[in-house]
Design a protein around this ligand. Structure first.
Ligand code: TRP
Length: 486
């Protein structure tokens, strides 16, 4: 039975998917979160495990998502339902699509608040609001920026409106057209920033901080944070990549495009580190300043440097663009579903979901001022959205997809979709069946606080035993052997 739907929306250019998916992946996660996490978890050691996580878990899962999207040709809900049917499995698997779509929506509702910070700092830089500020002033400016719900809300509303405008215009005229200039522009600006950092006087120190590997600094907490961030930074398990994949032409190689996107995302994260840390070190500031690194420490550093305002402007333009190319991808799953499945026009779907998004994001925005103590279990709305998505929906969704790809669907489906040479396919299958799910279960268990995953604890040993058993199990798997005629 052929359940495949004819694609009605495909990327126009050869680079359409790559630019859009890289745009989705590269965002606040790379430029805001990655540097401060690296700062907090001790530099090079964290960078190394992060790279491992990207390639051992992130890449195989991204390949699944693109393959699901392209095979099912539709929003996460529809695509996964079609795939399940094609394999003679329950349509109930589409629940995974629902989870992904809701997860993307929830992430976006707090993401627009942080993106709003970026826009407001761009404005402050341009209007001279940051000049001559001291360390204490910077903290006070950041607090004041958050304290006024009207201005803070205006900035996140602006981000929401721009996002909906672009998505409402459609896949090619909105998304593809805008990422096609925003992404190259962003990379050029990042290059300029690194050039500037080279002359800041702290470049050597910055490089050493990012790339000197000291195993002693690696904590189990840093390890799990790296795994969780690999999911976030590649926009996985939230409908974004799957939906973009549904517009991918049949003749593009999924493995090659995935590697390009993952590689670019990693390069941008490292470039952001190279742009930021030298400036921080040159000014004797603390690299482990946490989430305030970009909004308090960095502006402070710029203030004391020649042409600081110019480069600070470039920096916040770049950050704002990176945020926008990500935010459009988070709502695309919802808009695609409303459009394809419910027959609502794209513009109406974008504005309709935009209004709902605006309501929820307003609650998230209020967490920084009047709603600071609307809490449940000492978490406010913003914290809950972040916690539920990064600790539950993303790991669970990712786990569901690896299980579905590894054990539920008929092997031939993904095999033909991925079109890999045998060695590559077996490697991928092994990752998807064992390495990725185990990694995900690990984050999950840790986030529930069920056990203490210390490097030396007995749990870690049991896990090692489990992995070893699975490796041998797979090597001895007769069905796999038969399949490849070896
Ligand atoms: N990957 C983006 C970043 O690093 C964030 C992002 C975009 C995202 N789309 C997503 C995160 C979907 C999770 C899910 O900033």
């Amino acid at each position: 039975m052929n359940t495949r739907k004819r694609p009605n929306n495909l990327w126009l250019g050869r680079w359409g998917f790559i630019l859009a998916a890289t745009g989705s992946a590269v965002g606040l996660g790379n430029i805001w979160k990655f540097p401060y996490m690296t700062g907090e978890y001790g530099g090079g050691a964290f960078v190394l495990v992060y790279l491992l996580c990207i390639f051992a878990v992130g890449v195989p899962v991204m390949m699944i998502e693109i393959a699901f999207g392209r095979r099912g040709r539709g929003s996460p809900i529809d695509a996964i339902r079609r795939l399940a049917r094609e394999s003679g499995r329950s349509a109930g698997w589409s629940l995974l699509g629902w989870m992904a779509m809701i997860c993307g929506f929830m992430i976006l509702s707090f993401y627009v608040v942080v993106a709003g910070w970026s826009f407001s700092y761009l404005w402050k830089t341009l209007s001279g609001g940051l000049s001559g500020a001291s360390v204490e002033d910077m903290a006070a400016i950041f607090e004041a920026n958050n304290a006024n719900p009207w201005t803070l809300g205006a900035w996140s509303t602006l981000v929401t409106v721009i996002t909906m405008l672009i998505v409402g215009l459609g896949v090619q005229k909105g998304i593809e057209k805008n990422v096609s200039w925003m992404m190259p522009g962003m990379v050029i600006m990042l290059g300029i920033m690194i050039g500037y950092a080279m002359f800041s006087g702290g470049f050597g120190e910055g490089v050493a901080f990012l790339f000197s590997f000291e195993i002693g600094k690696l904590t189990s907490e840093g390890l799990l944070a790296a795994l969780g961030h690999a999911f976030f930074t590649l926009s996985l398990a939230s409908g974004a990549i799957l939906t973009y994949g549904s517009y991918l032409p049949d003749n593009s190689s999924i493995a090659r495009t995935t590697l390009t996107v993952a590689f670019s995302d990693t390069v941008v994260a490292l470039m952001a580190g190279l742009a930021i840390f030298p400036v921080i070190f040159a000014n004797g500031l603390d690299p482990s300043a946490g989430p305030g690194l970009l909004f308090m420490s960095l502006p402070l550093a710029f203030q004391s440097m020649p042409f600081g305002t110019v480069f600070e402007t470039i920096f916040f333009v770049m950050l704002s663009m990176a945020a926008l190319t990500s935010s459009i991808s988070m709502i695309e799953a919802t808009v695609a579903w409303l459009n394809e499945s419910k027959g609502i026009s794209r513009a109406k779907a974008a504005w309709g979901s935009g209004i709902l998004l605006w309501l929820i994001s307003t609650l998230a925005m209020l967490s920084f001022n009047i709603g600071a103590d609307w809490t449940l279990a000492s978490k406010n709305v913003f914290d809950w959205l972040d916690f539920l998505t990064s600790r539950f929906l993303m790991p669970l969704g990712g786990l569901g997809m690896t299980l579905m790809a590894g054990f539920v669907l008929r092997n031939e489906i993904l095999k033909s979709e991925l079109a890999l040479p045998t060695v590559g396919y077996v490697l991928w299958l092994y990752m998807v069946r064992y390495v990725s799910p185990l990694g995900i279960v690990l984050i999950f268990i840790d986030s529930l606080g069920l056990m203490d995953l210390d490097m030396g604890s007995q749990w870690t040993w049991w896990l090692g035993v489990l992995i070893a058993i699975s490796v041998f199990g797979e090597l001895a798997n007769p069905r796999l052997k038969r399949q490849f005629g070896s």
